[in-house]
Design a binder for this molecule. Structure first.
Ligand SMILES: C[S@@+](CC[C@H](N)C(=O)[O-])C[C@H]1O[C@@H](n2cnc3c(N)ncnc32)[C@H](O)[C@@H]1O
Length: 292
């Protein structure tokens, strides 16, 4: 699959951080906010956005492992995290960050999750997180992932799984066909088998419940307004590109994209996502064992 552009990840980060479902985050804080120290694995970490969002909700000593198959993105993550921190020390291949009252150690791991859904360093962490990842994966991969997560008895906080809904204001007659073509493209293979795309959130919840997990979920839509014009333009361009690859007529797409570009600074857009917290149910009394 083609890689993710760091510029796109940077552009979407403010909207990603505004778009947090309250209940899964509240449960995440209750369960993990006092674990000291805490280790967190971020699957498909990209530029480290999820660490920047969640670190303030966790305790004073944190160890993060950022997992991605793209070494250039992980290098970008190190740069972004170093700029975000109040102080940074490079310690071999790790970063030691100070941010507000948190001491955060960051390791990166280049791994192809398509081959190994939960690499050992991630399976050994107290909690696994992932953002904007699961809509890329296929049914078979997701089944193997949940099995591995369940075998390791790890909790998962999965954010921003796209749910198939996008709407724009002002509307355009071609919004519906363009979205349908985009969503069809969302189901093509992104390296993990034919993607679940908008069905991923429901499948993750169903597989997790069958594997004896409690699932807490909530909607986390992007609500975009005039202040997000660059993001809306980029979103529309990405949608048009994917719709074209899915066979939507070029002339129609050109009209639609011109309209979306020209209204991006004055209009509104909404993109549906779901956030989910998966917590293994207790098998007997006592908490899930921490990894040794
Ligand atoms: C939509 S981006 C989300 C990035 C980040 N989690 C965020 O929220 O900004 C998906 C991420 O998954 C990573 N990814 C895609 N396929 C992968 C694979 N087979 N193995 C590991 N990472 C992968 C991409 O490199 C990218 O960083």
């Amino acid at each position: 699959m083609s890689g993710f552009d760091p510029g796109w990840l940077d552009l979407r980060e403010p909207a990603d951080h505004r778009s947090v479902a309250a209940e899964p985050l509240a449960r995440f804080r209750r369960l993990f906010g006092a674990v000291e120290p805490i280790s967190v694995a971020d699957l498909g970490a990209g530029s480290g956005s999820t660490l920047r969002l969640l670190a303030p909700h966790l305790g004073p000593r944190q160890r993060w492992t950022l997992v991605d198959h793209d070494p250039a993105l992980l290098a970008h993550a190190r740069t972004r995290l170093s700029a975000w921190a109040d102080a940074v020390r490079v310690d071999g291949d790790r970063l030691r960050l100070l941010k507000d009252d948190k001491a955060i150690e960051v390791a990166t791991a280049v791994c192809d999750l398509a081959r190994d859904p939960l690499p050992d360093p991630a399976a050994a962490c107290d909690v696994v997180v992932a953002s904007a990842l699961f809509d890329l994966v296929g049914e078979r991969w997701l089944g193997g992932f949940v099995q591995r997560l369940s075998d390791a008895r790890r909790p998962l906080y999965a954010r921003l799984t796209y749910d198939g809904r996008k709407s724009f204001d002002p509307p355009h007659a071609l919004d519906g066909p363009t979205l349908a073509a985009f969503n069809a493209h969302q189901q093509t293979d992104k390296g993990f088998g034919p993607s679940l795309g908008p069905a991923a959130g429901d499948r993750l919840a169903a597989l997790a419940e069958a594997a004896n997990y409690d699932v807490v979920e909530g909607a986390s839509p992007w609500l975009l307004g005039p202040g997000d014009a660059a993001l809306v333009r980029s979103l529309a361009e990405g949608m048009a590109g994917a719709a074209r690859e899915a066979g939507a007529p070029l002339a129609d797409l050109g009209d639609w994209l011109d309209f979306r570009r020209s209204t991006a600074a004055s209009g509104r857009a909404e993109v549906g996502h779901v956030d989910q917290l998966l917590v293994p149910r207790l098998r007997s009394s006592g908490p899930a064992p921490r990894p040794s």
